[in-house]
Design a protein around this ligand. Structure first.
Ligand code: ATP
Ligand code: SF4
Ligand code: MG
Length: 333
């Protein structure tokens, strides 16, 4: 599969010098063209920091402390996002990537008609389009997300919650980006809404061919809708696999626990177990494998050596990787 965004050894700190804490550690992750990649992990694991870092939208005191991000435009030469000038970045962000911030699904401006809000986005980024062409583009997009032309001049409060979400999706897609990043688009509790959004994105991506990075606490949602899943813990990716493989046969003890802490997709409802212990503190990251104080399988090596993310020897399947010292999970080579 062709890559669209390649993140290599990417690290982000908050603060400088002695005050710095590392929130994202040596992350290597590839988003492929047309796929839906899910990113899951407990609160504070670094998901948002990674998303904002790779699009260079990190608010201070965030600092990118290492790594590269290569973007592959369709049919053109790849380039390094970290090397773009501010003007180039602005173009990249809108034309190539579209990012929906955490909790942004309720952020439509209440005093403007939805048509105005959509037209403003188009106008700001494609100033050369004629007003008629802009209107046509806005109409097409609303139609695509299931909002009929007679609702174009509605104000957000005149629409149902579901319709407002569809407008937001339309705003994210109206410039026809190659990559859509959705960071927990509704609050963590609105799993039903997140499900609708993800389902709709999956359907639209088949028609429009963009790639999605979908960030959520809810792993069951990702198991259902994403092609692949990456799991973050303490700022690192600890496992990456096709959704079905992760669900059937997760290799990292943390992934296993995370899967157990959500309701089963099928079959009888069981008691949710939660994950004992608390997420690591950036100021006092455990030595070795950051998960070792909470891991039921931890042994000597776990508290001294940081496990490397790689293709597990026992599986010999290049679509999977895991960072764990358990036998059979250590990477080949
Ligand atoms: P959530 O699921 O709650 O959104 P997350 O996985 O998105 O969590 P981040 O928001 O990326 O996590 O935070 C990663 C770590 O960086 C956390 O420990 C957080 O406390 C820390 N952090 C985030 N923003 C800042 C900041 N502005 N200054 C200092 N530390 C920060
Ligand atoms: Fe558990 Fe050790 Fe694997 Fe970390 S490396 S997940 S502590 S077994
Ligand atoms: Mg977040």
């Amino acid at each position: 599969k062709e890559p669209v965004l390649e993140i290599r050894d990417f690290s982000v700190d908050y603060g400088l010098g002695d005050q710095a804490v590392r929130a994202v550690r040596d992350v290597t992750l590839t988003l492929h063209r047309g796929e839906v990649l899910g990113l899951a992990g407990e609160s504070g694991s670094g998901k948002s920091t990674l998303a904002y870092g790779v699009t260079r939208l990190l608010p201070p005191p965030g600092v990118i402390s290492g790594g590269s991000v290569t973007y592959h435009p369709p049919g053109d030469q790849p380039y390094d996002v970290m090397a773009l000038s501010n003007a180039e970045l602005r173009a990249f962000r809108w034309a190539e990537t579209s990012i929906v911030f955490q909790g942004a699904m309720n952020s439509l401006n209440p005093v403007h008609k939805i048509s105005t809000q959509l037209l403003d986005v188009i106008k700001a980024h494609e100033p050369r389009l004629s007003p008629q062409a802009r209107l046509a583009r806005a109409k097409d997009m609303l139609k695509l997300v299931g909002i009929s032309a007679d609702r174009m001049d509605a104000y957000p409060h005149q629409l149902s919650g579901g319709m407002r979400q569809r407008v937001m999706i339309g705003m994210a897609l109206v410039l026809e980006p190659q990559i859509v990043i959705m960071d927990e688009p509704t609050t963590a509790l609105d799993v039903v809404m997140q499900r609708q959004i993800l389902a709709q994105l999956v359907e639209l991506r088949e028609r429009l061919g963009f790639s999605v990075l979908f960030i959520t606490h809810d792993l069951s949602l990702l198991v259902e809708f994403s092609d692949r899943i990456a799991i973050m813990y303490g700022g690192r990716i600890v496992e990456e696999a096709k959704s079905a493989d992760l669900y059937k046969d997760s290799l990292h003890p943390y992934s296993e626990r995370l899967l157990q802490s959500f309701p089963a997709l099928r079959g009888p409802r069981r008691e949710l177990s939660g994950i004992p212990g608390s997420p690591p503190d950036l100021r006092g990251m455990p030595s070795g494998c950051a998960f070792h104080p909470r891991c039921p399988h931890a042994f000597d090596r776990c508290s001294t050596d940081v496990p490397v993310l790689g293709v597990p020897a026992a599986r010999n399947d290049p679509s999977r990787s895991v960072a764990c010292w358990l036998p059979g999970r250590i990477p080949v080579g």
